[in-house]
Structures are given as C-alpha cells and as structure tokens.
Design a protein around this ligand. Structure first.
Ligand code: TK8
Length: 337
C-alpha cells in the first residue's frame, strides 16, 4: 500500500504512471545479484534464470540486476552453497540432492518411485511438506525461495541397453553426492561413483564412468548424447531444484527488495516447470536424432527394481524419523486424491 501510495503520488505530480516509477518510489536500491547454476546456458536452468533476471529488472524498475552464471562457472552446487552461506555469492539454483549435508531430510526426494507424476510432485513441494524443508535451510544461512524441477531421471550408459535389473550389473555409474542415491544404485548392482555434476561430462568422455542418470532435457542440454549411446527410460526418481539466496546478503535487503525477489522467484518457478514439461518431448526427438538407442523398461522389471531399492528407502526413512516419512506419504496420498 505504501508502494501504491507512492505510485499515485507520481501520477498526481507528473501524470506519468508506470511500473518503473512505482518501483522507484518503493524502497529499492541498486543491487547486483550473481545467480549461479550447473547446466549450460542453453538449458531450462539458463532460460529460467534469464526469465528471473527479466522479472527482477521489471519489478525493481531496472535497479536490481541479476547476472546468470551457468555451466558451474561459479562452482559445483556444494561450492556455491558455501559461497552463499559465506555471503560472497548472492543466489543459486541447485539440486535438493546436494543439500543433504546441510539439511539431511532433503534425502527423501532421492527415494526412487516416490512420485507418479509432476502433479503430485508440485503439490507436495509447494505444499506444507516442501515448504517445511525449505524453511529448515534458513538457520544454516540459506534463504530458500522456490522449487524448480529437473524432473524424472532416466539412465544413460555406454555399455548396453538396460532392459532388466541384471543389465545394470557392474556398470560404473556416476551418482549424485548423496547417500540415498549411492545406496540405491549399489542395491541395483551398479558400481556407483559419487561425483559433482560439474565433472560429469569429462568423466563420461574419458571413461572414468560408463553412465549417469538425469532427465531427458538435462541429458540433451548437457550433450551427453555425444558420449552415451544408450538411453533407458526408467523415470526412477523425480529431482527438484531449489532456488536460494545467501542469508547474509538477504538480511541486508529492504522489504521491498525482498518482495521483488520473492515475486520474481515464484514467476520463474511457473515458467521453468512449463518450459521443462513442454520441452521434454522435443528433447526425446533430439536425442533419437543424435543417434541414441532408446528403450523403455517393462512394468514387471520396474517392479523388480522397486523391490531391490525398498530396503534402502526403509533404512533412510528410519534415519530421517518415521514421522517425517509418514507426513510425506500423507501429503502424496492427498495429492492423489
Ligand atoms: C545440474 C544438476 C544436475 C543433477 C545432477 O545443476 O547432479 O545429476 O541432476 O542436473 O542439478
């Protein structure tokens, strides 16, 4: 209402009323915001970061400037988190999987076959459960704003098409730096190797690992098709991303500036999910064109994979506290209606 009053005042005196003049009247200063991400600039992360930057510019009347840094140029997810906590970088987006060192409960999102579809994921992430986990980061120096999606992960490798569990045996598979992911892929028989995403392309290229798993849009934007002949559509887990700000930096912002960031973040979430979902079909086509051999896995085989990973889920459910897992399952049930 203060913002509105200031805007009206501008109308009264000059007859000019634009979003920009309202923003100028609000308590907004010049701010430079470095926003880091892991994927290439030509990716859903790159496009959503550009969208976010544009929203922040609009809402702040050009005073707040977001600069995107893709391809891990500001460091891996974990290095960027440290920079945010230290106050030497303002913002980032990264995988929930890499947040487990800070808030271990984020590991629940690495439970295989948790969500059946994006609708369930959106409801749980944007609802009380997802919000509760985001809020846990604040004590640790990170202000988490919204979830973006990486999406349902699929498997690529250079050894063979994976049609049944046994085909995974002995494949040297890069996994995210996360205990759940590590144990899941060990239980499936792979030789699982944790590694930051920033090192993955070169590890695939030089043969340090045989394979990896990520959603199709990420497989395409990271050009993994250049070094991975086989793509298996497992959709074994849904990976969220979290958009975060440095708390040290955030605490210095005015309420109007915080408002700009919050509003732009919500708009970027809606944009990013739409973009990712619309692009997935095209990514599949592009991967086919690039020569990848793509196969699906039968429901019976997916059930066998489910059974193999269940002990890992049980183990980590206990570790995080049965209460938390119960709450999560109740939210999923609610989303299923
Ligand atoms: C990109 C990462 C990546 C993730 C991974 O920033 O490490 O495999 O799935 O896509 O967040």
């Amino acid at each position: 209402s203060l913002l509105l009053a200031a805007g009206l005042c501008v109308v009264g005196t000059t007859g000019l009323f634009t979003v920009g003049s309202a923003a100028q009247a609000a308590d907004i200063g010049n701010r430079n915001i470095r926003f880091g991400y892991g994927l290439n600039e030509d990716s859903v992360q790159g496009r959503a970061t550009a969208f976010f930057a544009e929203e922040v510019k609009k809402l702040s009347g050009g005073k707040m400037k977001v600069s995107g840094f893709g391809a891990s140029t500001l460091g891996s997810d974990m290095q960027m988190q440290t920079a945010l906590v230290g106050g030497v970088q303002e913002m980032m987006v990264g995988s929930t999987a890499t947040l487990v060192g800070t808030v271990k409960e984020f590991g629940v999102f690495d439970f295989p076959f948790l969500f059946n579809n994006e609708k369930e994921a959106d409801a749980v992430l944007d609802g009380p459960f997802g919000t509760k986990l985001l809020n846990k980061l604040e004590d640790k120096g990170l202000v988490a704003l919204v979830y973006w999606e990486n999406g349902f992960r699929n498997l690529t490798n250079k050894r063979r098409p994976v049609e049944k569990v046994e085909d995974l045996s002995g494949i040297k598979l890069r996994v995210m730096q996360n205990q759940v992911a590590l144990e899941v892929f060990k239980s499936l028989g792979t030789n699982a190797v944790p590694m930051p995403f920033s090192e993955l392309f070169s590890a695939l290229e030089t043969g340090v690992v045989d394979g990896q798993e990520n959603p199709v849009a990420t497989i395409q934007s990271s050009k993994f098709y250049e070094v991975q002949p086989y793509l298996t559509l497992t959709k074994h887990v849904y990976s969220p991303w979290v958009v975060m700000a440095s708390k040290k930096w955030w605490d210095k912002l005015t309420n109007d500036e915080k408002d700009v960031i919050r509003k732009a973040a919500i708009a970027s979430r809606d944009f990013e999910r739409k973009d990712n979902r619309a692009g997935s079909e095209a990514s599949m086509e592009a991967l086919k064109k690039a020569g990848m051999k793509i196969n699906a896995v039968s429901d019976a085989e997916l059930d066998r994979m489910r059974a193999k990973v269940q002990p890992v889920i049980d183990h980590f459910s206990k570790e995080y506290g049965e209460e938390l897992t119960k709450e999560l399952m109740a939210e999923i049930k609610k989303a299923r209606g």
